[in-house]
Design a protein around this ligand. Structure first.
Ligand code: ZN
Ligand code: ZN
Length: 465
């Protein structure tokens, strides 16, 4: 029996990661992410699975980001009864993030149904609900790093640290078919060296096949120190003109990292001591999950903890969970920093803060993470003259600052560094998780280096020997 991999999601695009592996009798998927983009297309793609969830024995989950984990509730709703294998930190993060995503789905459909009703069209059901998410959590099994776990007879998975977000892993899947084993590693997503809080990415030993992300396959990031200086400059300039700094941020990782940098910059007197608010109940809960998982921390973070200096800035940063407190920020004209989710500006309290601040040229909207095509975040990055928020066009007059170097993704050079030691040993590299131009650019680079590289098409199936 031969092993096969079939590429379903995040193929020639970034979001919706999902791939299926079959090996003899066993059949399982790696990741089950939400596709994010235009509303109707997203709904269509997230609702219809190109496979039968009832036939799957397991889902190997790389990390908690919604574009990797966010369609698990739909999978369970459609009959999946296998195990969801993830690191312990990823399991704990999903315990916060999936119910939140279910809540967002419900809110979102309420908004859509209002519009449909006006047009005399029938209402829709949410993709999944908070309850569906809670049901999905029952199937999670937390795994330790670097410890093989059996998926089926002769098939194991071992999680290596991907250094991308808390709990993130590069799973190594080993399949024994009586002959030599086949080892498939899944480096999607892959982090950067020297990122704050987390340990550096590690490469699993002995890889025959590698599935590799390419979010920044054609671009390079500036060094992280430059990003920190740019953050300091942006805060100083905006504070001097009396404006607010609005930072749309993923509740997972980027928020904790920005807090980590801001508290360090204040301590070093490099920025004024402005009020800083983390306005996201999810980010608050996620920060608590961070505190429980020291096994994921790098040396600097551990030593800050040992020295009783909280790397998550509890001394000066105000964490907001209450809606009333969130609304109070609108009436407060002082310069301040507001960090709020979601990072792509598609949902959450960030929408209120953008609505209230986007028209004032004194303010700054600081983009610190990846924003997918066809999202509000991308339109802000493109500095569109007007943007639509809660169904209304608003002029974009605030300054837009983009800092890509905080990226949690390895850039072109870092991806190359990661694969170079595999030269002469890896049989093939499959490039996924990137806009097409980025995937193509990385494919060309690796081909130049003599690797066998392939950019799969959606639903393409490839035999592994
Ligand atoms: Zn990710
Ligand atoms: Zn991703």
């Amino acid at each position: 029996m031969s092993a096969k991999v079939k590429f379903f999601g995040a193929v020639r695009t970034v979001t919706g990661s999902m791939h299926m592996i079959t090996n003899g009798r066993s059949r399982f998927i790696v990741d089950c992410g939400l596709f994010q983009g235009r509303r109707d297309e997203s709904f269509e793609r997230n609702t219809h699975f190109p496979l039968d969830p009832r036939e799957l024995q397991a889902c190997v989950l790389s990390h908690a980001h919604i574009d990797h984990s966010g369609n698990l509730p739909s999978l369970v709703k459609r009959g999946f009864r296998g195990r969801i294998l993830a690191t312990e930190a990823t399991r704990d993060l999903c315990t916060e993030m999936l119910p939140d995503s279910g809540h967002i789905q419900e809110e979102d459909i309420r908004f859509v149904n209002k519009i449909l009703k006006k047009r005399g069209l029938p209402p829709r059901l949410p993709l999944y609900t908070l309850k569906d998410s809670e049901e999905a959590l029952r199937f999670f099994r937390g795994c330790k790093y670097r410890t093989p776990v059996q998926i089926e007879d002769g098939v194991t998975v071992t999680f290596y640290d991907a250094g991308h977000v808390l709990g993130s892993a590069t799973p190594l899947i080993e399949m024994h078919n009586g002959t030599a084993p086949i080892r498939l590693a899944y480096a999607v997503d892959l982090g950067r060296k020297n990122a704050p809080i987390l340990r550096d990415p590690e490469r699993p030993p002995d890889i025959d096949y590698l599935i590799l992300e390419s979010t920044y396959g054609g671009r390079t990031h500036s060094p992280i120190e430059e990003a920190e200086e740019m953050l300091a400059r942006t805060v100083r300039a905006t504070a001097e003109r009396g404006g607010k700094i609005i930072i749309p941020s993923f509740a997972l990782e980027r928020t904790q990292e920005i807090v980590y940098y801001l508290s360090r910059l204040i301590k070093q007197n490099r920025i004024p001591d402005l009020p800083i608010y983390v306005d996201s109940p999810l980010a608050v809960n996620i920060t608590d999950v961070f505190r429980k998982h020291e096994e994921c921390f790098d040396e600097e973070t551990l030593s800050r903890l040992r020295a009783n200096s909280d790397p998550f800035g509890t001394e000066r940063i105000r964490y907001i969970t209450d809606v009333a407190d969130s609304k109070k920020l609108n009436g407060d004209a002082r310069p301040m920093i507001i960090i709020s989710a979601s990072g792509m500006c598609e949902a959450g309290r960030i929408l209120h803060h953008l609505r209230n601040n986007i028209e004032n040229p004194k303010n700054t909207i600081l983009i610190v993470g990846f924003v997918a095509k066809n999202t509000l975040g991308r339109r802000i990055v493109e500095r569109a003259p007007t943007v639509r928020i809660f169904g209304e066009e608003q002029p974009l007059r605030a300054e837009v600052v983009i800092i890509n170097a905080f990226s949690a993704h390895a850039d072109r050079n870092e991806l190359l560094d990661y694969v170079m030691p595999l030269k002469g040993r890896v049989k093939a590299i499959f490039i996924v998780h990137g806009d097409e131009d980025q995937s193509e650019s990385l494919t060309a680079l690796l081909k130049e280096q003599g690797f066998a590289v392939h950019m799969p098409f959606p639903e393409e199936e490839i035999e592994l020997a």
